[in-house]
Design a protein around this ligand. Structure first.
Ligand code: DX5
Ligand code: ZN
Length: 219
């Protein structure tokens, strides 16, 4: 199970030491929430910050783009060693050609569904191109929101679709993930869990303990 800590919830003033604390943990992606204040109400950071992060860490970078003009980011993000880049299905008129272009640049390319997005947008042609499908389990925009339980059934449906179509993408879940739902998410078919607040909230447990409990939770 890949765990993707979302730095939206980390201590930005001490990001270097935050990343050092994650560095020795295996099978991690570093989840970067790129929000433009248009596609979602919140505004985070863009390529200058991603460039700096890329310089100080060797954790695989996972960029989640919540932006209205993804074509611009496709170009500007290309030199920062990003491993996976995920676009929202509704962020552009022609998602298929965006994904085709992204596949030429990035090792892994994903598409994301918001909680209210129609699964009909997941065409066979699109699914056969992507490496990852991101199921948002909160409305995108903010860390620390409550997990939407219907996301479990959505993951199960997408897992079935993947099997029926004999495809090979990975299912990632993002929003309100914790040790309370990680087991259920895993059983439903998620192979990659994004977690912000659960990992970074200061409660005496180390990041590695938290990540272990996401991986092995019996709750
Ligand atoms: C929400 C972001 C998430 C968020 C997750 O729009 O895409 O990645 O940071 O944070 P938690 O785990 O706190 O819900
Ligand atoms: Zn995210």
């Amino acid at each position: 199970m890949i765990i993707s800590p979302s730095i939206l919830a980390c201590d930005f003033l001490n990001i270097e030491s935050e990343l050092k604390n994650l560095e020795r943990i295996e099978n991690l992606w570093l989840h970067l929430d790129i929000m433009d204040g248009h596609f979602v109400p919140n505004l985070t950071f863009g390529h200058p910050v991603v460039e700096m992060i890329a310089k100080i860490t060797n954790i695989k970078l996972d960029a989640h783009l919540m932006v209205t003009n993804p074509e611009f980011y496709l170009e500007t993000f290309q030199n920062y060693n990003i491993h996976n880049i995920t676009f929202h299905l509704e962020s552009t008129k022609d998602i298929l050609s965006l994904i085709k272009k992204a596949k030429k640049i990035y090792p892994s390319v994903g598409i994301s569904l918001k909680p209210k997005s129609s699964e009909e947008l997941l065409t066979k042609e699109l699914l056969s191109l992507v490496n990852l499908v991101l199921v948002m389990s909160v409305e995108p925009g903010f860390a620390g929101q409550k997990f939407i339980p219907e996301s479990i059934q959505r993951i199960e449906r997408i897992k079935k679709l993947k099997k029926d179509l004999r495809l090979d993408f990975m299912i990632q879940v993002d929003g309100g993930v914790s040790d309370k739902n990680s087991k259920e998410l895993k059983n439903a078919g998620a192979k990659n869990l994004v977690a912000g607040s659960y990992i970074f909230k200061k409660d005496g447990q180390s990041y590695s303990e938290k990540i272990n409990s996401l991986r092995s939770s019996q709750k």
